[in-house]
Design a protein around this ligand. Structure first.
Ligand SMILES: *Cc1c(COP(=O)(O)O)cnc(C)c1O
Length: 374
């Protein structure tokens, strides 16, 4: 057979499938002609966007014909001050996904491996395979563990060798909602070879009870191989604008910055993120709403015999004790979009984002309807 350009793609890229995001509301409208739809599929903030960010967006009068500040000087300074680190320790990203990819491109490649936990964020294997690195998936903790389906740090540590470029940890983790105890992560950081990057993805950290949130400031000072990522797509309600950042030693940040696109973060995203950073009121309201609604959802699901994984995030993953794909489809017909987890090898689980009280009620009603008719 004649070779084609496809033969140029390396094995890592050939092994990939396109990431499937939560179903957009517009798609479902088009497909089913429904007009009232709620989306609890992508862990977005049900309270919307930070009002300060929105106000900044409306008042924006910058020069859109000019390139944005590629160094992100002001925003970087603001983030650095917030975390008590030097601006040289901050890397700005087009979403935190950008930082994951930069880390993979710097620290992984052919002959290297990435260690990830089973049931962790789908993007980690994508960015690792994209640079032709091996992905070592470590079985998650069992269902009888204190943290069912959580990361098994001991087993992860055992898979690290001199070729391990990056270990990806998420706490709280998506799609499980499980988290790692700060003391356990600290012991892990102490044990990991200095040549392996530990990337701690904190996309949901704001939703953790404060007593459980690790002091990453102290860790960053101690561990030059640590990268912490944060996003504005979740609690700040800015998923559409695309902004996230990484914190690390300045040496690591220097490498990440060498390979990023010169203008990877757009002007509006930087402008709004700076405003959102001052929106303590919105963050507090978002946390309070999530904490209350999360426990009430857990209670309601549990009362229906649907076992929930422990979650300190803004979503709940629960066991349907039956194939969840038909339930997912039936919920779509009720105008409720959740996330099926078959692609995560959890074919009997669904993940639902904690919504407003009204959205959660509607989700539960729809769930009752589809389960009764199943
Ligand atoms: C949502 C999410 C992110 C955020 O990605 P962005 O690119 O910042 O939108 C990162 N990590 C995990 C685990 C997530 O669930």
């Amino acid at each position: 057979m004649t070779a084609t350009v496809s033969d140029q793609a390396h094995d890592g890229i050939r092994s990939l499938h396109t990431y499937v995001p939560g179903k957009p509301i517009e798609d479902l409208k088009r497909e089913l002609g429904l007009d009232s739809i709620i989306k609890l599929a992508s862990n977005e903030n049900p309270l919307g966007t930070s009002p300060r960010a929105l106000a900044a967006l409306r008042a924006f009068d910058g020069d859109l014909y000019r390139y944005p500040d590629g160094s992100g000087f002001e925003l970087k300074a603001k983030i650095a001050a917030r975390h008590g680190v030097e601006p040289s320790c901050v890397t700005l990203g087009n979403g935190s996904n950008d930082i994951l990819e930069l880390a993979a491109r710097v620290f992984l490649g052919p002959g290297k491996n990435a260690v990830v936990s089973q049931y962790s964020f789908a993007v980690y294997p994508i960015v690792a395979r994209a640079v032709n690195a091996e992905v070592r998936e470590v079985p998650a903790l069992g269902s009888a563990a204190d943290m069912p389906c959580g990361h098994d740090l001991e087993a992860i540590q055992a898979r690290i060798d001199e070729h391990t470029g990056v270990v990806f940890l998420a706490s709280p983790n998506n799609p499980t909602g499980t988290w790692l105890a700060a003391a356990a992560v600290e012991a892990f950081l102490e044990a990991v070879p200095a040549t392996t990057v530990v990337l701690l993805d904190q996309a949901y950290v704001e939703y953790q009870t404060s007593a459980e949130q690790p002091d990453v400031h102290a860790w960053l000072a101690r561990f030059p191989n640590l990268i912490v990522t944060r996003t504005f797509s979740k609690i700040y309600g800015m998923a559409a604008l695309r902004f996230g950042y990484g914190l690390s030693s300045s040496d690591v940040a220097d490498y990440l910055n060498r390979i990023r696109q010169p203008f990877n973060v757009n002007m509006l995203a930087m402008h709004c993120a700076a405003a959102a950073l001052d929106d303590d009121d919105f963050i507090e309201r978002s946390i309070a709403s999530n904490t209350a609604e999360r426990s009430s959802l857990v209670r309601e699901l549990t009362a229906r015999g649907l076992d929930c994984l422990p979650s300190q995030a803004n979503f709940i993953t629960f066991d349907c004790h039956q194939a969840s794909a038909p339930l997912y489809d039936a919920l779509l017909h009720e105008g409720v979009i959740v996330r099926p987890l078959a692609s995560y090898d959890m074919p009997e689980h669904l993940r639902v984002t904690v919504g407003t009280a009204e959205e959660n009620r509607r989700f539960l009603d729809a769930l009752d309807t589809v389960r009764n008719s199943a």
